[in-house]
Design a protein around this ligand. Structure first.
Ligand code: ADP
Length: 649
């Protein structure tokens, strides 16, 4: 049973386990042997361990061993009990030992008072009644334990208060500081007195601390304030100390600078994401527009064709318009597929040493037609000496073409575009700079970098009217950087034209000889061809095209039927769509390969142009891979190759 605890302990606030109060170790000081014996006996019977002392000196000596309580006779031969009491109570190491004075002689109320004055915690007159002695000892021990518990708890709170990372101050309703922890002292800049702390705290709040306290007292809920100090942000809450009878407040300031920085970072990121999403939306609108234009042209040309007589020269013109538009569509789709691969650096460059002038020449040739349509002059004078650069010709030229076609697109009709190449200034011939200058709308200084971001268009309506998706420059810059070069824009501002500069490091070798053009394919002999394609229009078109070219064609709309044909017919070639319902193109190919006997040359025809798809196609047994829409030249080249191979079989 917990005898020392007079009141119930709150388990949440107990803090320490209660100390075992029970019997303890007592010191019994008395020079009279009979009384000493009697007192010790009573105490021992009550379960206490008892040490005895006869003199004042012995008592002081034994007190150093910290008994739980001392029963001290006032009259001793050497030192008076009153003096011993004073000595022990004035020494911090013994001050907390309860002392119960006993006396046979001094029994008057004054003497008793004198004894208590000397520091004794209780006083008993002899003859001592055992129950009274035990009850008094227990009461004193209980008081001692309660005091200890209180002291420990105060110490705990004190340590907690000091260890808090948050700055805490206890203030009066007038704004005077009573207490503050080290974190608050640091926040206030280590003022040297409590009034100075009050002044610093006062300066922290707009309108002063008193006003903040008043508004807290009036407010519903807990107003949270933010204050700035030493370039850090603190979030402050002030709570009234109601349990202390009002008139006091506790103020807690937490440093939220890092959290604020994080919040701001999240905000910035959210804005960035929503800008990105907006650009994507704009891009989708633009894409729809871009796709609709060629589709419209194709649909119209197609309708017109039906109305024109066979042999009308306009029919040829319409056909070439259709193929131009199809090429344009294919190019758009390629760009879209390319952009993510290129910007993530997921393309492989096969680099050789080339003359930079050759790359520029190829690029200029590609856009010359567009420039002529807009009656623009393209000025390009090749340099007298070779400028070796290590590039993947096609990829590097793609970057130049993107920039060149922008120059054409954004320059006025009849304008002129100048293309120059020279040794980069200050590079000692270690790098070259291609400068493409136009007389177009120019670019505002704050947009010079932004235009290289994906889907960014300075003036979407202009860009839309000129046909563009806002990806050309992103692709161009990524490609140039993959080649170790740099691409940037210069402009004196709107209306002043623009210059795009491509800077490339010099290659330390001479340009390879331009490769001979591949020999033209021999005309294809009649082949036995299986076409598997679930889009009936595409199936019909390809079948008709192949038949027109003189081949024998089996056209099937699903994989199983395709397999049947492959099992029974001796085929030269199978053109198989990958995205078939049920059994996909990969599986059809694998099963054809597994069939006994020779199998046809397998070609995948697909809308996906990713490297992973190509890899899978190869694994499935495909010998070639055509991306839709299949260009007729490409198809003819393939047929030529197969018929050459088939002829040798
Ligand atoms: P787009 O398909 O819109 O042309 P780009 O990525 O090629 O996409 O170009 C992004 C934007 O940069 C264009 O929309 C245009 O606003 C601006 N821009 C590009 N080239 C030029 C140029 N030569 N003159 C002026 N503005 C240009």
């Amino acid at each position: 049973m917990d005898e020392s605890a007079g009141q119930k302990t709150d388990p949440l606030h107990a803090g320490h386990p209660p100390e075992r109060p029970g019997p303890g170790r007592l010191l019994n000081v008395n020079d009279d042997e009979a009384t000493r014996y009697m007192v010790s006996r009573i105490l021992r019977r009550a379960g206490y361990e008892v040490e005895e002392a006869e003199t004042g000196m012995q008592a002081l000596e034994a007190a150093r061993r910290s008994p739980d309580l001392i029963v001290l006779d006032v009259r001793l031969p050497d030192i008076s009990g009153l003096d011993i009491c004073r000595t022990l109570k004035s020494d911090p190491s013994t001050a907390r030992i309860p002392i119960l004075q006993t006396s046979a002689t001094f029994i008057s109320a004054e003497r008793k008072a004198e004894g208590l004055e000397s520091g004794a915690d209780g006083y008993l007159a002899q003859p001592i009644e055992p129950p009274e002695l035990i009850a008094t000892v227990r009461a004193l021990l209980r008081a001692r334990h309660a005091e200890d518990a209180l002291r420990r708890s105060a110490l705990d709170w004190q340590r907690t208060f000091e260890a808090l990372g948050d700055a805490v101050a206890l203030v009066s309703d007038q704004g005077e500081v009573y207490r503050l922890n080290p974190a608050m002292r640091e926040l206030l800049g280590h003022p040297d007195s409590l009034p100075a702390c009050s002044r610093c705290l006062d300066a922290l709040f707009e309108g002063g601390l008193k006003a903040a306290l008043d508004s807290t007292a009036d407010a519903r809920g807990r107003p949270i304030r933010e204050v700035r100090r030493n370039r850090r942000t603190y979030r402050v809450v002030i709570d009234p100390l109601r349990s202390a009878g009002g008139g006091r407040f506790v103020l807690v300031a937490s440093d939220v600078s890092d959290q604020k920085a994080l919040e701001q970072e999240h905000l910035r990121r959210a804005e960035e994401l929503s800008a990105e999403a907006r650009r994507k939306d704009e891009f989708l609108a633009m894409l729809a527009h871009e796709l609709r234009n060629p589709l419209h042209a194709i649909a119209t040309a197609n309708r017109l064709q039906d109305q024109l007589q066979e042999g009308d020269p306009n029919r040829a013109e319409l056909r070439s318009a259709i193929s131009r538009q199809v090429r344009h569509l294919a190019r758009l789709v390629d760009d879209l597929l390319d952009v993510s691969r290129i910007t993530r650096g997921k393309i492989e460059l096969s680099r050789t040493v080339m003359d930079l002038a050759t790359c520029i020449q190829n690029g200029v040739d590609m856009v010359r037609g567009q420039a002529e349509n807009r009656r623009q002059t393209l000025e390009w004078i090749p340099p007298p000496t070779p400028m070796p650069v290590q590039v993947d010709g096609l990829r590097f030229e793609q970057a130049l073409i993107n920039v060149l076609s922008n120059a054409v697109k954004y320059s006025p009709v009849g304008g002129s575009i100048r293309v120059q190449v020279e040794s980069a200034p200050g590079s000692d011939d270690a790098a070259f700079e291609v400068r493409i200058t136009d007389q177009g709308p120019g670019i505002a200084p704050d947009k010079l970098e932004e235009i290289f971001d994906l889907f960014v268009q300075v003036d979407p309506s202009l860009a839309r009217s000129r046909g563009g998706l806002g990806i050309g420059l992103t692709v161009a810059r990524s490609l140039v950087e993959l080649h170790g070069g740099r691409l940037w824009a210069e402009s004196e501002g709107p209306g002043r034209g623009s210059t795009f500069v491509v800077r490339m490091p010099r290659a330390h070798a001479e340009p390879d000889r331009p490769s001979e053009r591949p020999p033209t394919n021999p005309p294809a002999r009649s082949l036995r061809i299986l076409v598997v394609e679930d889009n009936m229009d595409a199936l019909f078109a390809l079948q008709t095209l192949l038949q027109t070219l003189g081949h024998q064609v089996w056209a099937e709309a699903d994989g199983r039927r395709g397999l049947e044909v492959a099992r029974h017919e001796e085929l030269d070639l199978a053109l198989i769509d990958i995205g078939l319902p049920g059994m996909d193109g990969y599986e059809v190919a694998m099963r054809i390969v597994q069939q006994p006997g020779p199998h046809p040359y397998l070609v995948a025809v697909t809308g996906y142009g990713r490297d992973t798809d190509r890899g899978r196609a190869e694994e499935a047994g495909f010998g070639a891979y055509l991306v839709k829409p299949v260009q007729s030249e490409e198809l003819e080249r393939l047929l030529g190759r197969v018929s050459a191979g088939a002829a040798q079989r």
